[in-house]
Design a protein. Structure first.
Length: 227
């Protein structure tokens, strides 16, 4: 009986550890490429409320519109939480349609983002690529758990300088730990939210002190600003 109690305790502790490792956004890990904390420390970043951002539709390796929407919406939610002024999705989509120099079927280049940022009169432009977004079931003797894998890159362009001030490329696996999900979402959306939060953390933590909205408030605000 004591052995079974000990096993149960170990399983509980391992589950809690998994929750912390998976959902703790500040724990971004070391398996990523991109801008480092020391690089950001050299910049004089503005307050989010002074920055107008255009988020361009993400490029997806399978041209899956659902993936594009999930990633774009999650990035918008994260930026809105920190108080950035977001141009509407329609404005960004119209800028893409109106641009005649984009290479069809290819990810946006820095020059593409710069042109559209100028056309939209944005201060920053966020764009990126989705290399993998898949869900799968992990089976064990105790249960079957749905998990998701996501690999992506996020770039933030400063329109005034024409340079990428921040970029972050990473891969994450999440879900299936039995922990609480902060909102009723699909496994894919939950995985995207976790990975986007981690990818943006170095940038958002380097900003001047600013208020941060709850996820629920950001969701509603972004929903109201969709058009």
């Amino acid at each position: 009986m004591r052995i079974w109690s000990l096993c149960a305790l170990l399983l509980l502790l391992s589950g809690l550890a998994a929750i912390c490792a998976t959902d703790g956004v500040p724990d971004i890990g070391d398996k990523f490429e991109g801008t480092q904390k020391a690089d950001l420390a050299k910049l004089q970043l503005p307050r989010p409320s002074d920055v107008t951002i255009a988020v361009l539709p993400f490029w997806d390796y399978k041209s899956n519109q659902r993936h594009v929407d999930l990633m774009t919406d999650s990035v918008r939610d994260e930026l809105d939480r920190h108080g950035f002024k977001l141009l509407s999705k329609d404005a960004a989509a119209n800028a893409v349609k109106a641009d005649g120099e984009i290479e069809p079927g290819q990810p946006f280049r820095r020059a593409d983002a710069l042109r559209m940022g100028k056309a939209l009169k944005a201060n920053w432009v966020v764009y990126g690529e989705i290399y993998e977004l898949e869900t799968y079931t992990k089976n064990s003797i105790f249960s079957s758990k749905k998990k998701a894998k996501l690999s992506h890159k996020i770039s933030v362009l400063d329109v005034a300088t024409g340079e990428v001030l921040y970029w972050h490329k990473r891969s994450d696996t999440s879900g299936g730990h039995g922990g609480p999900v902060k909102r009723a979402t699909s496994t894919e959306r939950h995985a995207v939210d976790i990975s986007v939060g981690r990818a943006m953390y170095l940038l958002t933590s380097a900003l001047p002190e600013h208020p941060v909205k709850s996820e629920e408030a950001a969701d509603q605000s972004t929903l109201n600003n969709t058009k």
